[in-house]
Design a protein around this ligand. Structure first.
Ligand SMILES: Nc1ncnc2c1ncn2[C@@H]1O[C@H](COP(=O)(O)OP(=O)(O)O)[C@@H](O)[C@H]1O
Ligand SMILES: [Mg+2]
Length: 208
């Protein structure tokens, strides 16, 4: 299965989601993580991870533009799973990721600004469905305030666009920031059971 984690907006937890997903998949089989964001945050995480000697790890490579589709498709054949971390703007790399993937996961915050920023992305996603009709699109609500867990307005917005929203909500938790900085995922640091439970629930939901 090839997953693309994408949004045209930055800071919505794309890389955090992609490295967690790829590492959880790597527990079950050979996994490829394609960093398609020019900022190469997933690749930095992979360097920190190998320096820390953590295992199992996804094999991480950087690709850009059309190569995300051409090279990504060839390389993914040798892996049980593949995850693409697709850049924070509408780019050829992001469009290529939408053609390559069977499942798109769109992490998104709960604010009105996040909703406003989605219009462009939804057009690109719709367009890609003409070429990749099998594409399964899911929205993941991220960085939710754990005190209020309020995502009501965003849910209404997503419903009005007939988007499938995952039941798992990922809250704003310092454990995520710490884990990325240590080349880890939250489960491996084991400091925040709530973050661990969120990631396991997310994984179960998308792989069941
Ligand atoms: N659920 C979360 N809770 C707290 N901090 C988070 C969470 N998700 C992401 N972050 C932090 O927010 C920043 C942006 O996240 P990142 O995954 O890099 O987003 P993107 O790839 O969409 O730009 C990073 O500093 C990251 O550690
Ligand atoms: Mg990123």
């Amino acid at each position: 299965m090839i997953y693309a984690v994408l949004n045209t907006k930055g800071g919505v937890s794309k890389t955090t989601t992609a490295v967690h997903l790829a590492t959880m998949l790597a527990r079950e089989g050979k996994t490829l993580l394609i960093d398609a964001d020019p900022q190469q945050s997933a690749a930095s995480w992979a360097v920190w991870r190998s320096e820390a000697g953590r295992d199992p790890s996804p094999t991480t490579i950087c690709l850009s533009g059309k190569a995300v589709f051409d090279e990504g498709r060839k390389m993914a054949e040798d892996y049980a799973s593949c995850v693409v971390d697709a850049g924070g703007r509408d780019s050829s790399g992001l469009r290529a990721a939408l053609l390559l993937a069977q499942m798109a996961i769109i992490p998104i915050g709960a604010s009105n600004l996040d909703a406003a920023a989605m219009t462009d992305l939804l057009e690109v996603v719709d367009l890609s469905k003409d070429y990749n009709p099998e594409l399964n699109v899911h929205v993941l609500l991220t960085r939710i305030d754990p005190r209020t867990k309020d995502a009501g307005e965003m849910l209404e917005f997503l419903k009005s666009h007939s988007l499938k929203v995952l039941e798992t909500r990922v809250c704003e938790r310092v454990a995520y920031r710490r884990a990325i900085g240590e080349g880890a995922i939250v489960q491996e640091l084991g400091k925040d059971p709530l973050a661990t439970a969120e990631m396991e629930a997310f994984f179960t939901e998308i792989t069941q």
